[in-house]
Ligand binder design. Structure first.
Ligand SMILES: [Fe+2]
Ligand SMILES: [Fe+2]
Length: 193
């Protein structure tokens, strides 16, 4: 009988797809006109997500696929692509969001990640589902365990980035309240005339 946990754990391929979806969604929140600190915080969230995802793939998913290398040539270029991504991440971290090349560097990272994700989702993940269907649950379990280990030391950093993306929305609420206040003040004043 298959391990009980295998049935509870999502397959590693679906977990990888979920990670891709969530990081792309964060990429889509970046706007050219956003405040520099909002950009920095979004980029911070994206970078941590990408680093953890890449490490999980390299430690758990790619090794499971690489012994089938003849069928999956894409594994060979995946690690160099992760390294190129890490180079752009390091560049973004070292830069101020007001740097004239910040947006461009961010967009390059986005382009590379979209390309890499497209390759994985159209080649590697279907290959895994075709070649090692029985191992996907167990690998998914391993990925969950390892993810918790990798996330623990970075929890503070992640919370900080999330908090930094919020001031904008609280400021909008505050601005809304001020506008509403002005409106009521005007109405009250006009009644006195
Ligand atoms: Fe990857
Ligand atoms: Fe991936």
């Amino acid at each position: 009988m298959k391990n009980f946990t295998d049935k509870l754990s999502p397959s590693i391929t679906n977990m990888i797809r979920m990670d891709h979806t969530s990081v792309l969604e964060t990429f889509h929140q970046y706007e050219m006109n956003s405040a520099p600190q909002t950009k920095k915080a979004l980029v911070g969230t994206i970078c941590i997500a990408l680093e953890i995802h890449a490490q999980l793939e390299e430690e758990i998913f790619y090794p499971a696929m690489s012994h089938l290398a003849a069928d999956t040539p894409i594994v060979g270029k995946s690690v160099p692509e992760h390294n190129e991504m890490r180079r752009l991440i390091a560049q973004l971290r070292a830069m101020e969001a007001t740097d004239p090349t910040y947006d461009q560097t961010f967009l390059q990272l986005m382009k590379d990640v979209m390309h890499h994700v497209a390759d994985e989702e159209t080649t590697l993940l279907p290959d895994a589902e075709r070649l090692i269907p029985d191992r996907l649950g167990e690998l998914g379990m391993q990925m969950t365990k390892r993810r918790l280990q990798l996330m623990a030391p970075r929890a503070g950093e992640m919370a900080m980035n999330t908090a930094r993306t919020f001031p904008t929305s609280s400021m909008l609420v505050a601005a809304g309240a001020v506008l509403a206040g002005t409106y009521f003040a005007k109405r009250t004043m006009s009644r006195h005339h």
